[in-house]
Design a protein around this ligand. Structure first.
Ligand code: Q9C
Ligand code: ZN
Length: 347
């Protein structure tokens, strides 16, 4: 497996996120990825390589150009407000909801941050743009690697910040650019007629779903915590099936908090069946290991050994595959669990 790792991931290093009226330390930390890199090196899994420069034309097709421009200049705009802001991260605090005309990009910086985001848990930092664009490059390179003639059957974008909560024009859920969506579009561009995204992070992949919701060429499947109690709350229900050309091309498999591996695996198999019926030519696996029983912010009960079986099941799809790295916050175990998936996948 070719593993494109983000050499500048640690430049995205948020200080605090808002939780229950308090600022608390970020869960999504650079250490997460270092544990994965260590585990892969120790176990000799994959060939690690750095990505090339990101294809910004592709990024601007998956995301709206004005959102990309916003992200690129956000830190400079923040410092321009007050040089002392360099010691603080950007956290949204105001949002347009039902009834507001949220198609106008305001001049006011705080208002613009709100227009392009959906929570106050995702600090935008000095290095977010550099880290996120290098991550996008990992996803695009991984897709192109599995598309090339004589190519590996699978590749991974080993990066952070994660991506699956980021929509065409918004950040949130620790995500800024949607790496899985970028990989799916890159697979399409390289000739795959039908692409599936299988999201097995604990949280619903709302960004990916919304990007492809009206498209019939990309099937989005997500197995996740029931949004009536779990983040991101406002999307991810079982009745969301796609719209227009995309009708029938979105499958949500919400599961109650507390779900164990046996029940989770049944949902995974339902998702895998849907991908087979869709006759996908390639698959993107949005891999979060926050389904782990020890995850501090999630409530499924998967154990480390279960991840070998997850990898083996995914391999049974028999499709060219791109893995993207999403959530997982039991920091030390993130490495073990990701390595177990990849080892199980390799067989
Ligand atoms: N105090 C991903 O796994 N809210 N994002 C958590 C915890 C946000 C998770 C609140 C969770 C986002 C990629
Ligand atoms: Zn997650």
């Amino acid at each position: 497996m070719h593993i494109f790792h983000n050499p500048v991931h640690s430049k995205h290093d948020g200080r605090q996120e808002m939780f229950r009226g308090k600022l608390v330390p970020c869960h999504e930390t650079p250490a997460r990825l270092e544990y994965v890199l260590d585990a892969l090196r120790q176990r000799g899994i994959g060939a690690l390589q750095a990505p090339s420069a990101a294809d910004m034309d592709l990024v601007r097709r998956v995301h709206s150009p004005r959102y990309v421009d916003f992200l690129q200049s956000a830190w400079a705009d923040w410092i321009a407000l007050d040089p002392a802001n360099a010691d603080l991260d950007i956290l949204p605090s105001v949002w347009p909801v039902r009834g507001f005309r949220h198609d106008i990009s305001p001049t006011n910086f705080a208002a613009r941050v709100g227009l392009f985001s959906f929570d106050s848990g995702s600090p935008l930092t000095a290095g977010t743009w550099e880290a996120a664009t290098a991550g996008a490059a990992c996803a695009i390179d991984a897709a192109r690697a599995v598309s090339a003639t004589g190519s590996p059957r699978a590749a991974m974008a080993l990066t952070r910040p994660p991506g699956h909560h980021a929509g065409a024009d918004f950040f949130g859920g620790y995500c800024f650019l949607n790496n899985a969506a970028l990989a799916a579009q890159a697979l399409r561009d390289a000739g795959a007629e039908r692409v599936a995204v299988l999201d097995i992070d604990y949280h619903h992949g709302n960004g990916t779903q919304s990007i492809f919701y009206e498209r019939g060429d990309v099937l989005t499947v997500s197995v996740h915590g029931d949004p009536s109690t779990e983040y991101p709350f406002f999307l991810g229900y079982a009745d969301e099936a796609g719209q227009g050309d995309g009708t029938g091309c979105n499958l949500n498999l919400p599961l109650a908090a507390g779900t164990d591996f046996a029940t989770w695996t049944q949902a995974l198999d339902t998702g895998i069946d849907a991908i087979r019926r869709f006759k996908a030519d390639a698959v993107v696996i949005a891999l979060g290991v926050d389904t782990y029983e020890g995850d501090p912010i999630s409530k499924f009960k998967l154990q480390s050994a279960d991840y070998f079986l997850v990898g083996a099941r995914l391999a049974q799809l028999g499709l060219p595959a791109v893995f993207t790295m999403e959530g997982g916050y039991a920091v030390a175990e993130v490495g073990i669990n990701v390595a177990n998936v990849l080892e199980g996948y390799a067989g």
